[in-house]
Every structure is written in structure tokens, then in C-alpha cells.
Ligand binder design. Sequence first.
Ligand SMILES: Nc1ncnc2c1ncn2[C@@H]1O[C@H](COP(=O)(O)OP(=O)(O)OP(=O)(O)O)[C@@H](O)[C@H]1O
Length: 288
Amino acid sequence: MANNELTATGSETDTDAETDANRLITTAVEAETTERTGVSETVIETRDLDVYYGDEQALDSVSIEIPEHGVTALIGPSGCGKSTFLRCINRMNDLIDACRVEGEVVFKRKNVYDDDVDPVALRRTIGQVFQKPNPFPKSIRENVTYGLEVQGKSATDEDVERALKGAALWDEVKDQLDSSGLDLSGGQQQRLCIARAIAPDPEVILMDEPTSALDPVAASKIEDLIDDLAEEYTVVIVTHNMQQAARISDKTAVFLTGGELVEFDETATIFENPSDSRVEDYITGKFG
Ligand SMILES: Nc1ncnc2c1ncn2[C@@H]1O[C@H](COP(=O)(O)OP(=O)(O)OP(=O)(O)O)[C@@H](O)[C@H]1O
């Protein structure tokens, strides 16, 4: 959990730990080198989104406008509905029988829950990368070409090279494209999954804690990659790591227990000057 990471700074008292946590986060915000400023169009908008698993409500009337390009981070304590929210965007929740969605998820002016939306096609336009790298037990090349071939398109060598370069993996694997994707390291496997997600040329990439199963060096490479991807794609990322959110995101949404979206703003504002005292309490480690 982020709290543990933030307080594992050798501080002797809670107050010291809080100060250290704030300093770490502020430094991360200040250190963010890529400033993607300017007005961006909304690409995903949810309106009064409620989600239930059986009788349990997981999201409570969430309305948000996510801008095109850049990185939007979703943070909040365990069980507050971050992954549920992410899965609504490309209808991955359809695969969970007990899940019921009410309200709207508008992607480029179209409600993705309209009857005429094909969820499989939607998931190619809104790709997803999961917490644990999950390459197919196939060659590196086949992992990348899969997304194009299920659309009935033949994938060229150029397509493979483009996707692997886009995922910052090409130089490491260009001489072993026919080896199994499972023989790669964890970090390389995650970049292969990113290459697979970008091969069909999506507009949005959803990432659910994409670095939490990786060592710090591999995680740092993925963070750099996310920064590059955000030039071309809209990236929405769930993270438990507040320093990571501060480092890599342009905007941050804070969810709290009960599936409530409490605050959504520029990342610097969320970490340095949040409006809601519950956000400040969460960020300074008072709960969560
Ligand atoms: N497949 C499911 N079936 C039933 N309940 C679920 C399912 N997935 C999530 N939930 C419940 O919905 C709520 C929100 O869960 P979700 O995984 O979206 O939260 P989260 O903020 O992503 O949590 P974490 O940070 O621990 O991953 C929780 O109470 C969880 O138990």
C-alpha cells in the first residue's frame, strides 16, 4: 500500500513520517519534467455512473471528464472502486456476471453501453494492460500481431517493429522475435503487453497497477514509457503508489470508500493544495 511506501522513510514519529511523505510527493510533482499543458478535449466522460456487484454498490454516481492525451491517475484506498471504474470504460465489467452498470460512459460522444456498441471492437480502441504481465504463450511476434489478426488484418513486419518500438522493447528483442514471450523478464513481458495493446492503434490505454508486480528498475522503465505513450494516447492508470501518481500523471482522480469520486484536478493541485480535507488526509497517510 502507498501508506507503507510513504512511511518507510526511516522516520521516527507519525509527524515526521507525514512530513517526509509530503516532501516526497511534492518533490515528485516538482520533478515531473514533461509538462503537457493546454486545453484538451474530453475523450471519456462518465455521467452519474453507478456500479453494483449484486446488492453491493462499488461506484456511487461518478461523473468525470477525462481529457485527451496525457495521463490521468486514479488513486484511493483499497476497495474504493478504482479497478471497477477502469473496467467500465472498455466494458470489461461485462465479463462479470454479478456486475450491473447504470449511468453513462461516453467515449467520443457515444455511450459505450449503447446496444449498437461492439465491446470487442471497443476494447481494441480502448486497450488495457493489467497488473501482472500476461503475454500469450506464443512468440513475441505473435503476441504483437494478435490484435491485428483478430480484426482480419494481416500484420506486417513494420507493424511489429512499430508496436515494439512504441513499447520501448524493440532493441531488446529484435533478434528473437520468434522466441516465446514467456521467456522474457517480467518488465519485458509487461512492455510486450503494452506493445500488444498499441498494435491495433488504440486511442486510450487503461492500465491497472501496471508496475506493482515489477522490480524498481523495470517499474521505472514502464513509467518512462507511459510518459512517452501519453504524447500519442490517452492513458488512464490505477496506482496504489502516490509517488508514482505524482510523478507520471497530469490529472488525478481521488476515490474514497463507498465508490465516491471525491476530487479530480491537476495532479499538482491534488498533492499540494486539495480542496477536500479527506483527500489531504488520504494523501498524508492519515487513513487508507
Ligand atoms: N468481481 C467482483 N465481484 C464482486 N464484488 C467485486 C468484484 N470486483 C470488485 N468487487 C467489489 O467492489 C468494490 C470495489 O472493488 P475494486 O476492485 O474496484 O476496488 P479498487 O479500488 O480497485 O481496490 P484495490 O485497490 O484493492 O484493487 C470492492 O468492495 C470489491 O470487493
